[in-house]
Design a protein around this ligand. Structure first.
Ligand code: FNR
Length: 182
């Protein structure tokens, strides 16, 4: 059975550089690991009044998270934090109380920004949120990527400058998920 990774993107944008990164990263994975980018753009704004009758899109999202062995968060930074759409998705997955989809899931975080901080503050905020929902996030190595010329090659793969680092990160990440997936 392949290891199933649910990829949760912090950007809804079609041309998102983080979406491109998520796609390229998946190609660095060892055989037997499958990545599935989840849709979060169709989730309603979280409203606690709806806990007793969660929307079909919320139920689908929660089922996808539950069915995965591990999570991969790939997010930009918006105003020094995570985008609201990502927090919205995490809140949905955590409810109703006692029926969270997140508890105990192993996760990795990567982020890409046009700026030199590489979405570092967003990633740190995300770690804080994930602790609250019981996700166990790979502590090291951290991945703060700046979108420089050559990060991606002509095929959309990770370019030579960052390939070794991200390949190594992927190996550590898969080992981390395997540890918790048993
Ligand atoms: C940004 N951007 C940004 N970048 C950053 O490094 N730190 C930040 O605090 C912010 N703040 C911010 C707020 C808002 C509302 C927007 C729309 C953008 C720039 C951001 O990194 C850039 O738009 C990326 O291209 C977004 O990632 P995707 O959509 O390409 O994956």
């Amino acid at each position: 059975n392949p290891m199933q990774i649910a990829v949760i993107l912090g950007s809804l944008r079609k041309q998102s550089m983080n979406r491109q990164l998520a796609t390229a990263l998946a190609r660095l994975a060892p055989v037997g690991v499958e990545f599935n980018q989840l849709e979060i753009g169709d989730l309603p704004l979280y409203n606690q009044d709806d806990d007793a009758q969660q929307a079909a899109t919320v139920q689908r999202f929660k089922a996808q998270v539950s069915a995965s062995h591990g999570l991969l968060f790939v997010t930009p930074e918006y105003n020094r934090s995570i985008p609201g759409v990502l927090k919205n998705a995490i809140d949905h997955g955590s409810r109703p109380y006692g029926h969270s989809s997140w508890t105990g899931k192993p996760a990795g975080i990567v982020g890409l920004s046009p700026g030199s901080t590489g979405a570092a503050m967003a990633q740190q905020h995300l770690r804080n949120v994930l602790v609250a929902v019981g996700v166990v996030t790979l502590p090291q190595p951290e991945v703060f990527l700046q979108n420089k010329e050559g990060l991606f090659d002509a095929n959309g793969d990770i370019g030579e400058a960052s390939k070794g680092f991200l390949q190594g990160w992927m190996a550590t990440y898969v080992g981390w998920v395997r540890q918790f997936a048993g």
